[in-house]
Design a protein around this ligand. Structure first.
Ligand code: G4P
Length: 280
């Protein structure tokens, strides 16, 4: 990880553009924490990927929020709309107007935490299958320079960059999405966080999916009700929490609970104010 950080720290100042692939369901938590600190004035395109799984109204809030930040443009994409992903190839030159692409290449780096869909996005941009970079032995460890149309060269860097685990909510959201392994945070805690979030923000989706008469008052009650519905009860009428946790998380990841977003720009502003109020 240290090597990856070092590489990225050296390479970003040489880039014309940063393309960051984010998960549209958690655009703040899935940001690479290093990008904000290393970006400087380099223009940045934030691709909110997996938009097919995210709440469209909240995705629009995120697009507006990011598009108001100087030097940044956001676009919501998903693998079912490859042409929209490829529209980034037209957006990129507009973000670097001083670069004459007939004379010199536009150098862009692509970043994204694991499982966000970076490889899928690269393959669509390049219109071919590009070997995946990463930190596992089976995948390419070298930096790759990928030639794209419009005289754009995309730099893909290997290495695992530790995602945001603070504030605590970010860690939970990343674990729900599958970006971090459930060994980092207890799996059942992760599902309980999702259950309580859904009860607060998407109660109708729970009612519909699990045919509930009403919304229970606590996450534990919700687990019991799902357990009853899905036949995973232990003796004594208590839900098998591990099985229910798996059901909830898997059905969220597959989009079976509906299009759900785990954070809004307002919630993030709230994290910031809680943080600045800490210790006062
Ligand atoms: P990474 O390089 O960032 O690690 O991610 P990768 O492209 O390998 O994608 C991770 C998983 O996310 C893959 O699913 C991929 O199909 C899925 N994915 C990528 N983009 C989208 C999208 O826009 N919408 C949805 N719904 N899923 C997306 P997988 O289960 O790991 O593999 P597979 O289903 O492709 O076999």
């Amino acid at each position: 990880m240290h090597k990856a950080k070092k590489e990225i720290r050296e390479v970003i100042p040489k880039m014309d553009l940063i393309i960051e692939v984010l998960d549209a369901r958690l655009p703040f938590s899935s940001e690479n924490p290093m990008v904000a600190s290393l970006r400087g004035d380099t223009p940045c395109i934030k691709m909110l990927n997996k938009s097919d799984l995210a709440d469209p109204a909240v995705t629009q809030q995120w697009l507006d929020h990011i598009n108001h930040t100087s030097g940044m443009k956001a676009i919501a994409v998903n693998l079912k709309q490859p042409d929209k992903i490829r529209s980034v190839l037209a957006m990129a030159p507009a973000m670097v107007p001083e670069r004459n692409l007939e004379v010199s290449q536009l150098k862009a780096i692509i970043l994204g935490i694991p499982n966000v869909g970076k490889s899928t996005t690269i393959n669509i941009l390049a219109s071919r299958t590009v070997a995946k970079t990463g930190n596992e032995p089976a995948v390419t460890r070298q930096q790759q320079r990928i030639k794209l149309p419009n005289n754009i060269v995309l730099l893909d860097t290997p290495g695992f960059l530790w995602p945001k685990l603070e504030p605590r909510d970010c860690g939970y959201r990343l674990a729900i999405s599958g970006a971090i392994k459930s060994t980092v945070i207890e799996f059942e805690d992760v599902a309980m966080y999702l259950a309580e979030y859904m009860m607060q923000y998407y109660p109708d989706a729970l009612v519909q999916r699990y045919q509930l008469k009403d919304i229970p008052h606590t996450g534990i009650e919700l687990f019991d009700r799902i357990g009853q519905r899905r036949g995973c009860m232990r003796r004594g009428g208590i839900a098998d929490t591990h099985k229910v946790a798996e059901i909830l998380i898997n059905e969220f990841r597959d989009g079976q609970l509906g299009r759900i977003t785990l954070e809004t720009p307002d919630m993030i502003a709230d994290h910031g104010s809680r943080k600045s109020g800490e210790g006062s």
